[in-house]
Write a protein that binds this ligand. Structure first.
Ligand SMILES: CC(C)(COP(=O)(O)OP(=O)(O)OC[C@H]1O[C@@H](n2cnc3c(N)ncnc32)[C@H](O)[C@@H]1OP(=O)(O)O)[C@@H](O)C(=O)NCCC(=O)NCCS
Length: 171
């Protein structure tokens, strides 16, 4: 990121309404029908592993991580990732992902999954999950189901249903 005024901050509780408006503008009401959204609505995201991007005091982007399980293994679900249209293509999205992954690794997490475009998220280490190895609780395009290992080999032997991990949620 070349814009020196960009800051990435841990999401604060009172950022919620501004982030919700950003999601509404970006994804519209169709977001409620998406499988990843329905998974997320069952569990609170980790506030301390969710970040906002600001240019000056203006909130221009957001990323959240939520606790899930893949079979017996703990993991994090990344998303939504959103950047305000006038501030796109300036590295804000990648900066948000990199910060979230770094903090998750520091906090001892091992795996992050998401539903998204592999050409974009591949730049941050996400790879396609082989078809059939995990199942989401609803329809998704399997080519968009991606995983990043925060610890080498963390995805080895992991399989099963992806479900919200309520016990691990920060509320
Ligand atoms: C996707 C999004 C978060 C990217 O944010 P951003 O701050 O513009 O991204 P960055 O500046 O970090 O990266 C831009 C680069 O990624 C590329 N890119 C952006 N979206 C992409 C996509 N869906 N697939 C592949 N590449 C993509 C751009 O072409 C650009 O490439 P370049 O670096 O070679 O020029 C933003 O476009 C957005 O909010 N989109 C709407 C919401 C959305 O789709 N969220 C993701 C849900 S899976």
């Amino acid at each position: 990121m070349t814009d020196v005024s960009l800051t990435i901050l841990v999401e604060a509780r009172d950022d919620g309404p501004a982030i919700e408006r950003l999601h509404e503008r970006t994804f519209g009401p169709g977001r409620y029908a998406k499988t990843a959204y329905r998974l997320r609505e069952q569990v609170a995201h980790h506030l301390e592993l969710s970040f906002t991007a600001r240019i000056g005091t203006l909130l221009v982007g957001s990323v959240r991580l939520s606790p899930v399980r893949i079979g017996e293994s703990q993991a994090l679900l990344l998303g939504p990732l959103t950047v305000e249209p006038p501030f796109r293509e300036r590295g804000v999205g990648q900066a948000l992902i990199e910060r979230a992954l770094a903090e998750a690794r520091t906090a001892g997490h091992r795996l992050v999954i998401l539903v998204g475009d592999e050409p974009y998220y591949g730049k941050c280490g996400f790879k396609r999950i082989p078809p059939g190895r995990v199942t989401m609780p609803g329809p998704i395009d399997p080519a968009r189901l991606l995983v990043a290992e925060l610890v080498e080999g963390a995805f080895d032997g992991v399989s099963g249903s992806i479900l919200p991990d309520g016990d691990d949620a920060v509320r």
